[in-house]
Write a protein that binds this ligand. Structure first.
Ligand SMILES: Cc1cc2nc3c(=O)[nH]c(=O)nc-3n(C[C@H](O)[C@H](O)[C@H](O)COP(=O)(O)OP(=O)(O)OC[C@H]3O[C@@H](n4cnc5c(N)ncnc54)[C@H](O)[C@@H]3O)c2cc1C
Length: 373
């Protein structure tokens, strides 16, 4: 039997691939049936072949729309969608506006050591960096913003015009069909001998422990899970991401995505449907932020008492710095264990739904190759 640790998109993709290869698979998760990230629709770009192919295979629709970002500066939301808005943006000169509008996607050579800021200065202008790109990097990487890679910047530029949206929960439901998923069983230990991994121990929601004999294990959780099970350190900057979803009046943000340039506890706002807005922030472990209060101070029309249905997700994530590769699917020092989580090299240049699909497939293939050998 193959054990998959993690019942999110990456783990379910790996499980499906193993099952299609005729292997018995059990997915162990700690989400209680609701992986923290699965509830949200995800942006997809036209070049996300693996994710688009998967959505097509399992019959999950992708909707496309033009959704240029707006930037919140000095208390005002500035949309930057067309030439008129670019010229009206008070923090751009004419030359900045022109260079920003001309930026095109440019696939980065793997391992290139340029940072996002260096790439932006060479491709656009310092003014573009100072007024918008530094804030974009902060929204993605928090305290590690200075380390964001040029590859991430290129990916952003490539998808900034038109984004697709796909419901990760629908993908997960379709992938889980016919697979044994234990969403109340947190992996707490791996046992291995010189020949490879032998067993996986899980703790159930009621505190019981079970040990399962395994032929191989795919770890599809965060870098903390990989490290606690195997001692393998991913070597990437860690960050704790918080997403708070608030049901609030439309007036909070009419643009789909608003990047907060002003100094505020919130980095990014994403409008979801009529009345919902999700706030993203990078927080220190254990830090508590009053997000409704933060929203109220950004938007004076927002009444925190009128907000309802607040959902908060916290998850460990990583930042891929310039030239950093991440964790390979096959862990040479740990025969029988492969990796598909957010620190996977297949998730570069930033953890994403598309990266989770690539990583899940690669880890399953590595696990299968190990058994054949
Ligand atoms: C706040 C936030 C916002 C994001 N926004 C976007 C976005 O807008 N677009 C985008 O493309 N990507 C985004 N991502 C990236 C996201 O990581 C991917 O979209 C993808 O859904 C992650 O899938 P996953 O399976 O790798 O991780 P997850 O969905 O996090 O799944 C990991 C699973 O492992 C389980 N687990 C953890 N520890 C254990 C254990 N010891 N034993 C068993 N199971 C365990 C967890 O319960 C969880 O269900 C975001 C991530 C975060 C944290």
């Amino acid at each position: 039997m193959f054990g998959v640790v993690g019942d999110g998109l990456a783990g379910l993709v790996a499980a499906r691939r193993l099952r299609e290869a005729g292997r018995e698979v059990v997915v162990f998760g700690s989400s209680g049936g609701e992986p923290p990230e699965a509830a949200f629709a995800r942006p997809v770009s036209r070049s996300d072949d693996a994710l688009l192919g998967l959505a097509d295979d399992v019959g999950v629709a992708v909707s496309w729309e033009a959704s240029p970002d707006a930037f919140y500066v000095d208390g005002t939301v500035h949309p930057l969608g067309n030439a008129r808005e670019l010229v009206a943006f008070p923090y751009f000169g004419l030359y900045d506006a022109w260079r920003w509008s001309r930026l095109g996607g440019d696939a980065d050579a793997p391992g290139a050591s340029e940072s996002a800021r260096e790439r932006c200065v060479s491709r656009a202008t310092r003014g573009v960096c100072d007024s918008v790109v530094d804030s974009l990097s902060r929204a993605y990487a928090g305290a590690s913003a200075a380390d964001v890679s040029a590859a991430w910047f290129d990916a952003y530029v490539e998808e900034r015009g038109e984004r697709g949206r796909v419901a990760v929960s629908a993908l997960c439901d379709a992938l889980a069909d016919g697979v044994a998923v234990r969403s109340d069983a947190r992996a707490v230990g791996l046992a291995a001998d010189a020949g490879g991994v032998e067993s996986l121990t899980v703790e159930t929601a009621t505190g019981g422990r079970e040990t399962h004999d395994v032929d191989g294990v795919v770890v599809a959780g965060g870098p903390d899970v990989l490290e606690s099970l195997t001692g393998y350190g991913c070597g990437l900057a860690r960050r704790d991401v918080v997403r708070v979803t608030v049901r609030a009046p439309d007036s909070v943000a009419s643009a789909r995505r608003v990047v907060v340039v002003d100094d505020a506890p919130v980095d990014l706002l994403v409008r979801r449907g009529g009345e919902c807005v999700s706030l993203y922030a990078t927080v220190a472990p254990g830090e508590n932020v009053n997000f409704l209060g933060a929203l109220g101070s950004l938007f004076p029309d927002f009444d925190p008492d009128g907000a309802s249905e607040v959902r908060t997700t916290r998850a460990p994530s990583v930042v891929f710095g310039p030239g950093e590769r991440g964790v390979p699917p096959e862990l040479a020092s740990l025969p029988g264990v492969s990796y598909a989580g957010v620190a996977s090299e297949r998730q570069r240049p930033a953890p994403s739904a598309a990266g989770a699909v690539r990583a899940g497939r690669a880890a399953a293939d590595a696990a299968l190759a190990e058994v054949v050998r």
